[in-house]
Design a protein around this ligand. Structure first.
Ligand code: HEM
Length: 401
């Protein structure tokens, strides 16, 4: 078979990809070739079938490289990235992930459903029939932050400070605005100290809770450092905040934008909540892609991708792949073609450890809104997700009625 050369693959226009309609642009690219060429020599795989290969052992996770490219080579942000499971490979990754995946288990996350339901009920009731509210700040950011605070056993009086730390330090995961760096680093230092205190407290007085279980599990591995143990706790908090917040906003916005489907959902919230979340996560994905570096020569749809090449699966494109989804550009809560493993949570060794929690939070919050406020509507501009690794949500005003 003839090997295709990467130089024949179309080059991505950053302006168009970051423009008003990235989905239309990616559809054009998909129609030309299965791969495209992005910035810094990055190969962008456009089809869903590529996810398995790109997250296989033919590639490795990018470690501190993206921070080094931004000139961040020391300090709290660098230390955090260097110790986090998400940016580690091989045995180091496994050692950091195992104690988390054992203790942050499906059972614990699913058990948070009634808490997510009660919290959503409290927040929505407080805003019911009161005119437009800032849905992003008052609801969507609160749910993941307060639920993880409960899992960690953080007292309610510490919540306001905890919320500020999350908002600041989540920025450490993506491209860091140099002007914001001092503030992000200051918050990260305080956040680390707080989590270290929390861990010291559970070591002194064990409880029946996640932190105690997690610390007991980490104690079995003498090679794990104190910084690694602490960083995974901070990492859990950050990885679950902007992702769940943006997904919750866009899923509600698209539902309200399809009044027939919103009415159907209001008629059977508990029966449809899983399908609604599956479709919301597909239609406007909050994570734009899964990036890696090829460690061996790879062949993708006839193209040779040499070892050393940075490669990413575009989730924006893969989740509209017409080989997988009928009418991919239609928002349809009744579709039956979702794959068993939703690609928005990645694949391979780094597949999201918080999927069940994110689903529980989103499903319960949306079902509460449908039950308490079926006449809910958007009160300002339709929101959007900016381009970036974790796409940040714009403002969103909602009236609960
Ligand atoms: C809708 C919400 C969420 C989405 C779309 C999402 C998506 C993802 C994706 C795509 C990855 C893999 C990244 C890669 O391979 O490069 C990932 C990893 C991860 N996620 Fe999530 N996530 C969500 C919510 C959560 C929550 C709620 C938590 C925890 C509270 C969480 C914790 C993590 C952690 C710790 C990792 C790193 C896993 C590893 O490196 O082994 N995520 N997530």
């Amino acid at each position: 078979m003839t090997r295709l050369s990467l130089s024949d693959a179309p080059e991505i226009s950053f302006e168009r990809e970051a423009g008003d309609d990235p989905h239309a642009y990616l559809r054009e690219l998909r129609e030309q070739a299965p791969l495209a060429r992005g910035m810094f020599g990055m190969v962008v795989a456009l089809r869903q079938r590529h996810l398995e290969l790109v997250t296989s052992d033919l590639t490795r996770q990018i470690e501190t490289e993206t921070k080094l490219m931004q000139g961040i080579n020391s300090g709290p942000i660098f230390d955090f990235i260097e110790a986090a499971m998400l940016f580690a490979n091989g045995e180091t990754h496994q050692r950091r992930r195992n104690p988390v995946s054992r203790t942050f288990a499906f059972k614990l996350m699913d058990a948070m459903r009634p808490r997510a339901e009660a919290l959503a009920r409290e927040l929505v009731t407080a805003r019911l029939h009161r005119g437009p509210c800032d849905f992003v700040g008052e609801i969507a950011a609160q749910i993941p932050a307060r639920i993880i605070a409960e899992i960690l056993g953080i007292p309610a009086s510490d919540l306001p400070t905890f919320l500020v730390w999350i908002a600041d330090t989540a920025e450490a995961l993506g491209f860091v605005d140099p002007e914001r760096r001092p503030k992000i680093e200051q918050s990260l230092v305080e956040f680390n100290a707080y989590v270290a205190d929390l861990m010291a407290d559970r070591r002194r007085s064990p409880r029946q809770d996640f932190i105690t279980d997690y610390l007991n599990t980490t104690a079995k591995d003498p090679d794990l450092t104190e910084i690694e143990i602490r960083t995974q706790v901070v990492g859990l908090i950050l990885a679950g905040s902007d992702t769940t917040r943006g997904s919750l906003c866009m899923t509600l916005a698209h539902l309200l934008n399809h009044p027939d489907q919103w009415r159907q959902f209001c008629a059977d919230p508990d029966g449809l909540k899983k399908a609604v979340v599956d479709e919301g996560l597909r239609f406007d994905p909050v994570v734009s892609g899964v990036p890696r570096i090829a460690v061996k020569d790879m062949e993708i749809d006839g193209y040779l991708v040499p070892a050393g090449t940075p490669i990413a699966v575009s989730l924006l494109s893969a989740l509209r792949d017409p080989d997988v989804y009928g009418e991919p550009d239609q928002f349809d809560i009744h579709r039956t073609d979702h794959p068993r493993w939703h690609p928005i949570f990645g694949g391979g060794a780094h597949r999201c450890v918080g999927e069940a929690l994110a689903r529980a939070e989103m499903e319960e919050t949306l079902a509460v809104i449908a039950k308490l406020a079926p006449n809910t509507h958007l009160s300002g501009a339709f929101p959007n997700l900016a381009s970036g690794a974790i796409r940040q949500i714009s403002a969103m005003q909602v009236t609960f009625a």
